[in-house]
Design a protein around this ligand. Structure first.
Ligand SMILES: NC(=O)c1ccc[n+]([C@@H]2O[C@H](COP(=O)([O-])OP(=O)(O)OC[C@H]3O[C@@H](n4cnc5c(N)ncnc54)[C@H](OP(=O)(O)O)[C@@H]3O)[C@@H](O)[C@H]2O)c1
Length: 293
């Protein structure tokens, strides 16, 4: 065994979850300009880290970076990039290194979603979601890994629970996220000996997100027809707390894991749409579907 082989240290629990556990650390977060990934970024910054948030919409990114810096007292900067473009991600990494000189944590969270049946989904629509979610995660890993090895840092990929079973109208995202889970597992195995960890967070339906708006058409509220053992939808803060834990020294021996944050919903999964009537008569859910039926 080479002498450089990395052995993860065990950490006393009293050393975790203090305000400054991530002091001097730097987070690189795709999708950090909005929703779940912005919430994760805020929580990690509240524990001392600086951050770079990546997305395509520079105006929104700039506003979010300012908001995050103001709320947390640490520094967040925007880096405009499309995760489908390796070059634009490399430029974002360059900007990060010039500003902060290191990358400790990476969140691969950029994604797209809409609802459509396979029969009505165009090749292009299917391909686009795979390009953003799967290829985008791969491109983000490729652009950052050399720097994350140096800091013996960690990755979190944001996946979903849709693909654990067959979820109607979500073939594209389910295929893309299954591949994201697989990528993270391989990353954990290949990079563990270099001291790099990789885990997946799989959110359930999460309140206050664009994804929730698309999936529910703003028609449902928390009490309406959707249940899990803990009795509410996932909140962004639930996912943010898990991210803080997974990046913290207390998780130093946790890698290659896929962690649903869904209140145990996976074990009590009902049908999102009435089944099979919604499949046999798509017009009953037409308003939520993209693509020709
Ligand atoms: N909301 C839920 O209930 C739910 C459930 C399960 C999993 N998830 C996962 O959680 C993550 C966050 O979702 P969210 O609901 O919070 O949605 P969101 O607010 O729409 O976040 C998606 C982010 O990805 C960025 N993005 C999209 N395409 C991109 C591209 N080509 N290049 C760079 N950035 C891109 C968007 O920024 P720009 O538009 O500026 O590029 C946006 O900030 C996603 O991975 C999603 O699949 C969400």
């Amino acid at each position: 065994m080479p002498s450089s082989y990395y052995i993860a240290p065990a950490i006393d629990s009293a050393s975790s979850f203090k305000d400054n556990i991530f002091k001097e650390k730097v987070l690189f977060c795709t999708g950090g300009g909005s929703g779940i990934c912005k919430g994760m970024t805020e929580a990690i910054m509240r524990h001392g880290a600086n951050a770079v948030i990546i997305g395509r919409n520079l105006d929104r990114l700039t506003a979010s970076a300012k908001d995050l810096s103001n709320k947390t007292g640490t520094t967040c900067i925007p880096a405009q990039a499309d995760v489908r473009s390796p070059q634009s991600l490399q430029d974002a990494v360059k900007k990060t290194m010039e500003r902060f000189g290191r990358i400790d944590f990476v969140i691969c969270g950029a994604a797209g979603n809409f609802m459509a049946p396979i029969a009505g989904l165009s090749e292009n629509a299917f391909k686009t979601v795979l390009e953003i979610d799967t290829l985008g995660t791969y491109n983000t890993i490729k652009a950052t890994i050399q720097h994350v090895r140096v800091t013996k840092g960690a990755y979190i990929s944001v996946s979903a629970t849709l693909h654990y079973r067959g979820t109607p109208y979500q073939a594209h995202v389910s295929a893309a996220k299954a591949a994201v889970d697989s990528l993270s597992n391989t990353l954990a195995v290949e990079e563990g000996p270099h001291g790099v960890r990789s885990n997946v967070i799989a959110p359930g339906f999460t309140s206050g997100t664009e994804g929730m708006r698309v999936m529910t058409g703003n028609k449902r509220n928390k009490a309406d027809g959707f249940s899990n053992p803990l009795g509410r939808f996932t909140e962004i803060t639930d996912i943010a707390n898990a991210a803080v834990f997974l990046f913290s020294p207390s998780a130093s021996f946790i890698t290659g894991q896929i962690i649903p944050i869904d209140g145990g919903g996976e074990h009590l999964r009902g049908d999102f749409f009435p089944y099979p009537s919604s499949v046999l008569d798509p017009s009953s859910v037409q308003k939520l579907l993209k693509g020709k039926l």
